[in-house]
Design a protein around this ligand. Sequence first.
Ligand code: SF4
Ligand code: SF4
Ligand code: SF4
Length: 373
Amino acid sequence: MKNRKLPPGFWEKMEGGYFYHPFQLDLQRIYLEVSSRCNFNCITCIRHSWKESPGDMEVALLEKILEDLECFPQRPVIYFGGFGEPLFHPQIGSMIGLVRERGFRLRITTNGQLLGEELRQLMVEQGVEELIVSCDSTEDSVFQAIRPGGSLEKIRSNLQELFQLKKERQRTYPRVSLEFVLMRRNARELESLPELARQLHAGRILITHLLPYSRELQEDILYDRNFSAPGPLLWASPEIDYAGMAAASLPSFQWGAMRSCPFIERRSASISYRGRVSPCYPLLHPYSYYIFGCHKEVSPSSYGSVRQEDLASIWQNREYIKFRNRVRLFRFPSCVDCDLGPTCDLRAINEDCWGNSPSCADCLWAQNIIRCP
Ligand code: SF4
Ligand code: SF4
Ligand code: SF4
């Protein structure tokens, strides 16, 4: 077949024919792991199972990434997030400034504890678009049991001060959202979550499930039981520029046939603090977890490092393009539905019997069971 009229790209032989992959700089969202260290030590944190040490992204590396991003025509939205607390980075103020000076939209996920006066002022002045604050309980005692060292009261006062500042300056940004990890131990708090969101002027709540890294934590998951969710989670969300009703949706509670990767569909990539580029958060680090009673070891999967290559070359790496296409078509078996699942050695190391390594066959993100901002 002649490909004279086709845009630059390459053919891939697949089962049943050939697939043409054009080279496209269509990255739309980039997750930057500014720091994988954290001021909290949550009992639920997957970092407890990591086999590598945490660290901070160098400011020079962020500058390099921002330079690399200039050639992407859709100007990707930047997220400071990943595993770790971005506000724990000693130079977080300069990093926010660098992103905003170049005109990129910036959203930050945080546990909210370190959102002091100086950072609040900086975020309002710089127009950080969204702060996604993780808040796994509406009650201080439960909050402290899940997040030792944390204080719900402190987060509450930080967010209320932020709202006052926005009001004084007549600024709409940063918008505030909450993130809630749903577990057996906090499930009854779903009903009080909208009231907390109202008090904290949050316009959105992202509810997700837990990824258990230990046998004990498996007892806390709610996606393998018959859970009766409360009615619609609605609250009045008075913002600086509007007053309306907001509604939160629940994640899936059952493993199903429909699978779709939110990271790949949103045309996103994730970069670790060391500069490794991965397709998603779940493939950034080595860790282990339990899925419906089966233990799994996940190895990181990267298509290059921005320390050695520019991001455009990595994004257009043929193996990376082929992987994204395989995920879009979701050419992976479903290990959860397989009789061999509990004893399968391939599954245990995150590979599969269709030849995929890494495999997305067990991915809870693709099931909308675990969700990320
Ligand atoms: S706030 Fe997030 S990164 Fe920090 S310990 Fe808790 S779960 Fe882990
Ligand atoms: S890798 Fe294949 S054989 Fe193993 S559990 Fe998954 S579907 Fe079954
Ligand atoms: S399906 Fe899961 S493991 Fe695969 S790319 Fe998406 S988030 Fe990552």
